[in-house]
Each structure stands twice: as structure tokens, then as C-alpha cells.
Design a protein around this ligand. Sequence first.
Ligand code: HXC
Length: 519
Amino acid sequence: MSQRTMDELCEELLAKRESARQGGGEKAVVRQKEKGKLTARERIELLLDPGTFNEVDEFVHHRCVHFGLDKTVFEGDGVVTGWGLVEGRKVYVFSQDFTVLGGSLGEMHAEKICKIQDMALSTGSPVVGINDSGGARIQEAVDSLNGYGKIFFRNTLASGVIPQLSVIAGPSAGGAVYSPALTDYIFMVEGTGIMHITGPAVIKAVTGEEVTSEQIGGSLANNSKSGNAHFTAKTEVDCFAQVRKLLGYLPQNNLEDAPDKESGDDPMREDMELREIVPVNPNKGYDVREVIRRVVDGADFFEVQSLWARNIVVGYARLGGKVIGIIANQAAHLAGCLDIDASDKASRFIRHCDAFNIPIVTFVDVPGYLPGAAQEFGGIIRHGAKMLYAYSEATVPLITVVLRKAYGGAYLGMCSKALGADMVIAWPQAEIAVMGAEGAANIVFRREIEAAEDSAATRTRKIEEYRDAFANPYVAAERGFVDRVVLPEATRGEIWRALIASENRRDLRPRRKHGVMPH
Ligand code: HXC
């Protein structure tokens, strides 16, 4: 055979590349579109800045010889991998291609993902995984399971070192859900993204319950009921816009700071409306997001897990151009009580901010932990302990703003001075006490109230007495548990100054392998 020319060799490469780009072929792409889904490559285009994708391993394919798979070889093996830019910053990506063997994960498919994870970790760059897969490739049996194990291992090594984001844009079932669950945030596309351990058929066989995939594993189920997912999107276009936005709040890795962005919003800007939003009456509700929006740059608050555990609000914003993480009791839901889910939601968010050098601002208006047998049996003690643990462990600047109620253990749990807050700021109507005035008076003065001729009037008087003595910020301020009592309109400037004061916080902690966090 005569030696081929350079042109012929180049032609061969281009033909091979074209074949790799076809995925599972035209018919499979049509089926993908009929299901309302984009292709793996279209998704990468939506994620990255135009024209910045660099593919790796496009010619990798499986080496399985079972069940006729030796005759069904696809270049790329059902996952497109590489790196590109998001707003000019490097991001590694893998995108499963459902048109190839249902995006199922075999040995080499897993090797491609592992290589991307390794490259991202060694260069300190975020990874975005786009999931659309039938799970373990059945023909590759234990090689496929081993592949998942290697991915989980890398997810864990990278945790807290580089941001890891998962998009669920198709099925993701069985043990395959655990790689996304090991990442920082899960985005789901409504109508097509499905994530569950066992599907409807298994559930029916085992428990007799009749449910659809969407009901147990759809985006709304995972975003509002289980809390497994953090963001929901009506379309894939919206989903990738959200992923890009979130990446804009995160540093490239744990050794860097999150990117500043000037908004032109004066950090010392005052807002008189803040006096009106939080009612002085501790029993009245309001939406704490109104307070947050008025305090942060350009009223731009990017909420995380907005549909789950709504009694606590968490998310990212900027103040004076610097990224901050925000945690706030939501008086509009369950009166802002802390319960099991709220504790889990907040603790994880605290740890994420702490891992990635993002200062935390906590807005407090909390009546206590949610009472009830369901909470006790569900383990509110161990779940609530997570918040104490996460705040105490955090070494990023911690700024606490007490808006109104801060009662009992929940006061401590919401980043009190004793747990390590750098600056505690309180509004004039703040009530920092063991409990509300009514509950306290009924306990402390019970005998006196019962013995009185006019017990109703005595009760009212005693409540007032207690309120005057303790339901204010000054008792705590006298002891230095509150650093500053401030006018509500000055809150933005006060936080800004507190952030500057606590910048470059350095902590000396005992050396250890790692702590044992309550579970
Ligand atoms: C090999 C698979 C596959 C798999 C789908 N395909 N899943 N091939 N291994 N796991 C193939 C199908 O045979 C089909 O090939 C093509 O992908 C498209 O699948 P469809 O069924 O036509 O698509 P759709 O109707 O959209 O249904 C999608 C689906 C379904 C719900 C995901 O395919 C399904 O239930 N697949 C099996 C899921 C599963 O049990 N996976 C193992 C989970 S256990 P053709 O050639 O016909 O187009 C697991 C363990 C992980 O993942 C453990 C980690 C620790």
C-alpha cells in the first residue's frame, strides 16, 4: 500500500471527527428532539462563551465485546468532554449524549469523565456535569459500576476545592444520582430532568404505591419536596443561563476569591423603606427577601433552593461589588422557625460559603425551633446541631444583623457572637431573649398571675414588665453580644463597614484530620 499524502491523512481526521460529532446518528437525534431535549453539544454551547469549547477524548470508545456491543462502537462513547470559558473564566464540562446507547455509562465513558474531573482539580477550575443517561451501561456490567465509583471518589476529593455543578437534563436514576448529589449544586430542567433511586415500576412492586417518574423524580419534586435539587428551570436555555449566573458568584477554587463586580450602587446608600418592611409587632409576617433586596447591590439576589424549607432563605448577592452569602429567617413561612429542613439547608450553605471564601451575612428574626413530635422524632436535635457546627467551624467573615426576634437556642444558632460572628448588628426593635415576652411572663410569673385577683390584667402587666426589661437589643449590647445597634436605613453601610473590618480574618484552630459533624 502506497504511503498516503498529508492531505489524505487530514481528510481522514476530519471524517473521523465528523463521525464523532454525529453521536448516535440522525434518527436518535430526532428522537432526542421529540422528547423536548437538546443534544449534548447544543447544551455545551449554551453553557460556554461562544466558540470557546475545546474537546478532549473525542475518539475514545468502549472496548466491550458482550451482547453485540463489539459491533456497535460510537466515537466518544456517549459523553462529550472538554473545557471552555464562562464569562472569560475556565470551566471543565462533560455532557452525556443520550443518543449513544441512552447516554449509559460504561468503563471508557467513565474514564472520560474522570479525566475531566482530574484536569479541573489539578488546574483549580469548576466542573459542570450535564446528565442525561440511562445509568450503568448494562452490557458493561461491573466495569460500569466501577466507573461510577471512580467518579464518586473524585467528586469527594474535589469537594470544597473546586465548584462542582450538576445539570439534570434527562433521566438520572439508581446509583447514578449519587455523583450529582456529591456535587455542590443540582439544576433540574422541568419536564425532562428526572432523578430518583427507584422508578415507578419498582416502587409499585415493592410498596404498591402508584406514582409517575415526574411525581417522584421530576424537577419540582426534587426542588420542593426532597430538597435534593437546588434550582429549577422551565427550559434548558433558562437552566444554562442560571448555571452561568451562579458561576459568576463563585471563585475558581478554594484558594481564590469570588470575582468582584462593580454595580455603581453606593455601599453607604441609605434606605428609609427598611423602617416600614419589618413590623415592630413580633407576631406579624413579612417577606425577608424585601429586606435583602434593599440592602444588596442593585437589588440583585440570587436565591438558592427557593422552593424548599422556605422558612429560611439562602443565596448569593454582592455588596460594594464583593460577593456575599446570605442566610435569613423567613417570617412569611412557619414564622421563620428553624426546623429540620431549614437547618440542613442553612448548614450546607454555610459550609459552601466557608469552603469558597465567601463572607456570610445572616439576617435574624427567629422565634425558635419548630415544636412537635414530628420534629423531635425526625431528629431536630442532630439537624439543628449542624447549624451550630457549621457557623462555629466557619472562618470567613461572619456578619449578623438582628432584625427583630432572636430567641433562645435559635438566637445562638443564627450566628450569634458566641459562635464566632465578627460583627453583630441589631435594629432598635430587636428582641434578644430566652423567649418571647408572653411565654416568659407566663412561666416566670405564673404563681403571681394565678394568685392575683385580676389575673388577666396582672398577666398583661407582667408581660409588659418582661418586655421592657429584656425585649430589646440593649441588654445584649451592654454585654458586647451585640456590637452595634443601628438605624434600619443604615444597614447596607453598616454591613459594608463590618465586611471591611473583618476582611482577612485569620483563625487559629486545633490541628485535626477533620471534625465529626452531626449527621
Ligand atoms: C444500556 C441503555 C441503557 C442502559 C437505555 N439504554 N438505558 N443501554 N444500558 N442502562 C438504551 C436503550 O436500550 C435504547 O437503545 C436507548 O438507550 C434509548 O433508550 P429508550 O428506553 O428508548 O429511551 P426512553 O424511552 O427515553 O427511556 C429512557 C430510560 C430507559 C427511562 C432511561 O432507557 C431505562 O429505563 N433504561 C434503563 C435504566 C436502568 O435501569 N439503568 C440501570 C440503573 S442501575 P436502542 O438501541 O433501543 O435505541 C444503575 C446503577 C448505577 O445505574 C450504580 C452506581 C453506583
